[in-house]
Design a protein around this ligand. Sequence first.
Ligand code: PRP
Length: 210
Amino acid sequence: MADNNVHVSAHPLVKHKLTLLRDARTEHKKFRELIRELAMLLGYEATADLGLNTFEVMTPLGGAPGFKLQEDVGLVPILRAGLGMVDGIHEMIPGAQVWHLGIYRDERTLRPVSYYNKLPIEPTVQVCLILDPMLATGGSAAAAIDVLKEWGVRRIKFVGLIAAPEGIAVVTRAHPDVPIHLAAVDDHLNEHGFIVPGLGDAGDRQFGTA
Ligand code: PRP
């Protein structure tokens, strides 16, 4: 299943917060806070290999080595559930562009259905982080990667929270060049395509629509 392009965080804070997120007793407000915090932690890990330009910065006492992100970064939340992952990473990369993709999973076929995409014709970023807490069958993530490759972005990373092995297999087979950053890989998908044990429906739990 997993190969060296799948990164599961070993950070204690990630494990601690993911446990609170999974807990069925966690209320919507706390759930949203945890999604935001986990996105920040995973975003930190997912951006560890971004390129830097170097220059000299003047401190009050003289010159010091300075660094600036080399590439323009795009944050691409998959609506709806990915929305909650934007703010935490955006705070760390305030210059990032946010491009929304609307993709939902048909409840009967489990196939992704695209309903929103207003990307401009030419790509405006060099690296994209796709944000979606759940990687279940992998259909939505693979479809989002297809869209971004078609747009012309060469460096794409997927940042999620929980994945099923089945979904990881689908994405890595279709897009072996796209690293996947996660907080956990769970056991399996049930007959409704839900990750088990997972955390339920990440969109409904964030937005109170269960
Ligand atoms: C969920 C989740 C992913 C998708 C994962 O969204 O947030 O986008 O399902 O499933 P997949 O890997 O099998 O494609 P959902 O379709 O429930 O839409 P929502 O976020 O609008 O509720």
